[in-house]
Structure formats: C-alpha cells, structure tokens
Design a protein around this ligand. Structure first.
Ligand SMILES: C[S@@+](CC[C@H](N)C(=O)[O-])C[C@H]1O[C@@H](n2cnc3c(N)ncnc32)[C@H](O)[C@@H]1O
Length: 238
C-alpha cells in the first residue's frame, strides 16, 4: 500500500514502447491514466521513465534541499544546474535571487503538446515563461562538460530512477567543478546508499547525509516517508 502511494504521489509516469521523441510524454501519461490517480503503469519510453505530474511548494523544496538564505545568496555569479526540475518553483526563485547563470534540465522541456488539464497548462506556461533557462536532457547523460558547474540541485528525481539513482548522482558529480557543491534529495536510507557514500568519499569528495521526512496527505490520511539528502562537495583532485 505504501509503495502504491509513493508511486502515485511522486507523480508518475509515462511508459510506452513508442519513441518518446515523437510522442509528448504528457500524452503518454494521460493515456496510461496516471493523471487520474488510477493505478499507474510502469512503462518506459526509450528506456526512461517520464514523470512530472506534481508541483511541490517552494518552501518544501528549500527545506528538503537544506537551502537557507546563505546558500541562496551563493547563486549569483555562479553556474548552476537544477536536474529533474520539472515545473518546480525553485528555478524562478533562483533567478529572482540573481542566479541568472542557472539551467534547469528535464526530459520533457521541448515537448510542444500538452493536455488541456491544470498540470498540462501549468507545464506549458512554465516552458513559455522560462524558455531561456531550460535544457532538454537526461540526468544519466547530462549535456554539460566535465567540471563546468559551481552548484547542482536535484529534488525528488533520484527516487524515480531506481537502480540508476547512483549513476545519475555520479553524472552530477562529473559536471561539478572541483569544490563545487551538489544537493541531491530523494534517496532511501539503506545499505546500498551507505556503500555509495563510502565510494564517493574514497574518491575524494566530502559527503554529508541528512535524513528528512516528507509528509504527504491524501484522502486516506497522512503518510510520512523518510528520505535522504546528500550534500556532496567535489574533491579538488578530480
Ligand atoms: C517528481 S518530479 C520532481 C520535479 C521537481 N524537481 C520538483 O521537486 O517539483 C521528477 C522530475 O524528474 C524528471 N525526470 C525523470 N527522469 C529523468 C531523467 N532521466 N532525466 C531528467 N529528468 C528526469 C521528470 O520528468 C520530472 O519532471
């Protein structure tokens, strides 16, 4: 039951045997029934899950990523990425704080067709407002050079990637500059994560793990889900 709720509330997900480049992900989501809150199907387009249905409030995103006013003040004059940004309010908040060298990355940013629903219209409006900051791309193969970013934030992407969550995180570390900082939220705290943290530390990166609890409300009540934020400072000898 918990797993079903997590899947629903994290905003699922289109999958199909068709080519994702040809069919807008939102069309796929619509057709699988995921947006109706029915049992979503785990389907893959080009081997990727495509998600995007839920918008989290800015305060929640800032809390989960442990971003206070000092951290936010560091975005001006810095190159940064938001990975799996969806249509979150974080991008516009960063820009409003002077972080104009920010880019947000997601799978669906160049889609031209969205369903006539509240979420579909919000996604389209988001693209229209922020076009200059958006990059269509895959977290597993970020279209950015090694050592090119001062900071990188990712909110509730890795929980969607299953076995690829560590690979995506290593990809994020690749694009960070030495001494750059990544904040990646959404890991389950388990043995695999502990081993992964040790691996990152052995590679010379500083890693802090902070446990957070996200609270979700639905008609059946409130559930609390413990998830982990990793704050990774890239080693200088990379
Ligand atoms: C649950 S949403 C979170 C969106 C946003 N970060 C927020 O907190 O509101 C997950 C987002 O990750 C995107 N996503 C999923 N897999 C991805 C991948 N491999 N590369 C880039 N983005 C991906 C989805 O399209 C979706 O917009």
């Amino acid at each position: 039951m918990l797993n079903r709720l997590i899947i629903l509330l994290f905003g699922l997900y289109a999958v199909s045997s068709v080519d994702a480049a040809q069919i807008p992900c939102w069309k796929l989501i619509w057709e699988t029934g995921a947006v109706h809150g029915e049992d979503p199907e785990l389907v893959y387009a080009n081997g990727l899950k495509v998600t995007g249905a839920r918008q989290y409030p800015l305060e929640t995103v800032l809390f989960d990523l442990d971003i206070d006013s000092n951290v936010m003040a560091s975005v001006a004059e810095a190159d940064g990425l938001l990975v799996g940004e969806g249509f979150s309010p974080l991008l516009e908040h960063v820009v409003a704080n002077g972080g104009v060298r920010i880019r947000a990355v997601d799978l669906w940013y160049e889609e031209v067709s969205f369903p006539d629903t509240i979420d579909g219209l919000a996604m389209k409006a988001y693209i229209d407002r922020n076009r200059g900051y958006l990059v269509k791309g895959n977290a597993l193969e970020l279209p950015f050079a090694d050592n090119s970013q001062d900071y990188l934030w990712s909110h509730l992407l890795v929980n969607n990637l299953d076995d690829d969550s560590q690979r995506a995180t290593e990809e994020m570390v690749r694009v960070l500059r030495p001494n750059g900082e990544g904040r990646v939220f959404g890991f389950r705290y388990d043995f695999g994560l502990q081993v992964f943290i040790r691996k990152l530390r052995n590679q010379g990166h500083e890693v802090r793990d902070l446990r957070k609890t996200i609270v979700l409300h639905n008609v059946e009540g409130t559930i609390e889900i413990p998830l982990v934020l990793l704050i990774i400072r890239k080693g200088v000898a990379q």
